[in-house]
Design a protein around this ligand. Structure first.
Ligand code: GDP
Length: 302
């Protein structure tokens, strides 16, 4: 249900257009393929992904000797799921530790929904009966620490914080020690989202990683990159930058409810080879869903 509601925009534009196309053509020919290709590109599925999908679809149509467009909707859905799943194991899951705190680092550019995602994730874990601590590692952006505190109070998670402009690595040091001492299950760490240049970003994330790993070997266990789905192909460019700067283990694609171009999920997966682990489908604390390709694609066509 959450998927269906959150994907309303993509569904009403993209899906209804695909259905129109299918109804209008009835026969599968080159013109049909070309129009479908355009629709997919408009939905931000991404050039390479679209080309691959069209190849797969043409092959399938020939193999099964499909003459009319009936049933093609199912074939399209299946191919989209296949493309997403290619070579992937254990979609969506987080690397949770049995013993001691699981440390999750959130990275991403200011404004993409990083803080909100931290709050939603914390809420999810707390609902599962886990204890959660938050680390206010974005010491640079004015108001970021207080904003995290608001989320901490709202969901019931302690926030480890220092003054604005203090060293993020020092906050992480405090937070990991506190999480270990208090036997917290999950520590979620915010990081600075200013992206002036790649070298700075790399240095800062490297330092944060080093401090966390020194206090707790093997940590951080996940580095999640928050990307704003409404920024379309720009999100892909950001992802490339962060991928080079640090070891990103998963993507949280936020604001999917705010775009008609939900195809960006497939572009990200296919182009970067990093799994989308969660999607943001609204501003509330319940509006975060683990990503599941099948539910997603079938949610579009439901
Ligand atoms: P940060 O600067 O990356 O920490 O971004 P924030 O967490 O402050 O979020 C920026 C804005 O995006 C806020 O107004 C959030 O309520 C909004 N936002 C975050 N995630 C979502 C989402 O999944 N859907 C919608 N519609 N809005 C979101």
């Amino acid at each position: 249900e959450k998927y269906k509601d959150g994907l309303e925009k993509t569904r009403t534009s993209f899906t209804s257009k695909v259905n129109d196309l299918i109804a209008r053509y009835r026969k599968v020919d080159e013109d049909f393929f070309e129009e479908l290709e355009d629709l997919l590109l408009q939905a931000d599925v991404g050039f390479e992904t679209v080309m691959q999908l069209m190849d797969d679809l043409r092959f399938e149509v020939q193999r099964r000797n499909v003459k009319d467009t009936e049933g093609l909707q199912t074939a399209i859905s299946e191919k989209l799921v296949d493309i997403y799943r290619k070579g992937e194991e254990g979609e969506g899951g987080l690397n949770m530790q049995e013993e001691g705190p699981t440390v999750i680092l959130l990275v991403g550019v200011n404004g993409v929904g990083k803080t909100t995602t931290i709050g939603k994730l914390a809420h999810r874990f707390i609902r599962e009966g886990k204890t959660v601590m938050l680390a206010a590692g974005d010491t640079f952006r004015a108001g970021a620490i207080d904003q995290l505190q608001v989320w901490g109070d709202r969901v019931g998670a302690e926030v480890i914080r220092q003054a604005e402009n203090s060293d993020p690595a020092a906050v992480m040091y405090d937070a990991v020690r506190a999480a270990k001492n208090r036997k917290v299950d999950v520590l979620i760490c915010d990081t600075a989202g200013r992206l002036q240049n790649k070298v700075n970003l790399m240095n800062e994330l490297e330092k944060v990683h080093r401090v966390i790993g020194r206090e707790l070997p093997g940590a951080p266990h996940e580095t999640l990159l928050a990307l704003d789905a409404t920024t379309g192909q720009n999100a892909l460019i950001q992802a490339e930058t962060f991928k080079e700067a640090t070891d990103v283990t998963g993507i949280v694609l936020t604001k999917l409810d705010g775009t008609a171009k939900g195809g960006i999920v497939l572009a990200i997966r296919n182009k970067l080879g990093i799994p989308v682990k969660f999607v943001g489908l609204g501003e509330g604390m319940e509006d975060l869903q683990p990503f599941d390709a099948e539910r997603y694609v079938y949610g579009l066509f439901a």
